[in-house]
Ligand binder design. Sequence first.
Ligand code: ADP
Ligand code: LRH
Length: 490
Amino acid sequence: MENAYVAVDIGASSGRLMLAEINNQQQIQLKEMHRFKNGFKKADGHDRWNIDYLIHEILTGLEKIKAAGYQQVYLGIDTWAVDYVLVGQDGKKLADPISYRDHRTDHAIADLTSDLPKSYLYKKTGIQFLDFNTLYQLYEENEALLEQTKQIMMIPDYIGYVLTGKAVTEVTNASTTQMLNLQGRLFDEDLLAKVNVHDSQFAKLVEAGTPLGQISANWMESFDLPETQVITVATHDTASAVVGTPGVGHDWAFLSSGTWSLLGTELNTPENGQLAFENNYTNEWGAYGTYRFLKNIMGLWIAQCVKRIYGDQYSFSELASLAGQEKPFQQFIDINDERFVNPDNMIEEIQQYCRETGQAVPEMPGEIMMAIYSNLALFYANEVQKLDAILDCHLNTLNIVGGGSNIALLNQMTSTLANVTVVAGPNEATAVGNALVQMISTGDVQDLKAGRQMIANSFDLKRFEPEADQYAGVLKRYQDFLNGHSKELV
Ligand code: ADP
Ligand code: LRH
């Protein structure tokens, strides 16, 4: 019997259980078995994730998989990065985890780095400065809770722990804490001390692809589940997305396009020199000793917030077709401006930005969406140029994966502005990468290179080439605008 692999992939906006199998043509077949919503809600004064609900949805999804005839499966879990659960002496969570978008860390970078130069921190960790990194969240953590904390677990590690009773700290996600030392490849003691935590509060570091254990007997008794072997995959969703990106050769960049847009390239050695520091590029650890050299871009979060304001009126694809009827580049917006991280009303925030900068104010849904897509494409193109400069290379292909790879309009604008071939798909690359690490772990797939080839043979990838003479001069004018207005996330 062929092995069945379940990828549990939970992003900030939704979670899913995808079933992956290898067919006779050596293709990966992916089937969605369960999908559920995710989002944070205000509780006890903070924006929090409902972690018990997420675990319950995983168990519900597994029940559906059993009902579909699967008696035995492997399972891997990936989620968004940086957030964590504090676990007390009794092995139970002390509180629901706080979301990285909570305002508690708004000033944390400035406070923490007042006596610790940023350049020093960057040399140690190679990680970009984002005020929601775990380092700053722990800096702002409730002291009484921290005192009662036996273990600090990243979200996917915590879910794996609740399911199996086994605790590990997986490295791809742990690197986003900004507390791992690039040289020693362990937690950095100075940085831990700075936020009053200790190495012993983290379970042992493991690489992606390490078996974790069986789902505990108590869950098997209360739910009708298949026999489930959990494998610790690349638990950071972006790390899984990059594993699941069918890049070919050496001149490709990736854009993992979902709630966030993560644009960068895969490296075998980290790049934490001056240019990378100045441009706030990160070196997150990847599966199989790689590094994700990338930048966080505000991404489709902006579109999600806009859609929420319109209620059930439009689907994402309807909004995208309304955008397609409008003229692009009617206004320049620095979409990485902090004001877009968690505003009360995204539409008003965009409109206010345009007023403040003396530009045309988008009003209709199509105009708003076109303003968002135009400025995402411009941001992407600008970063592709920066990557070429920082790494002294020429990237020819941009592989776009994730939900955003469905947006043909955005793919085409990006290809033209960045002057690169865009290869779009798979749109569930994160789940594919999650499953692929499991398949490599069991020996069903030889290695990452063979796996990426299988992905290219398994999914319908779409190519977009630059359109000649379109948008001449727009990128340059955008860059001039940014030079005058840019307020980066840091
Ligand atoms: P997450 O980071 O939450 O896992 P996904 O990778 O699932 O996000 O991407 C979801 C996003 O992709 C949606 O919020 C939406 O903006 C966008 N999206 C997906 N499909 C389409 C589509 N057909 N048309 C327009 N936008 C789409
Ligand atoms: C994308 C993501 C990203 C992180 C952010 C917190 O889902 O994991 O890589 O920076 O969420």
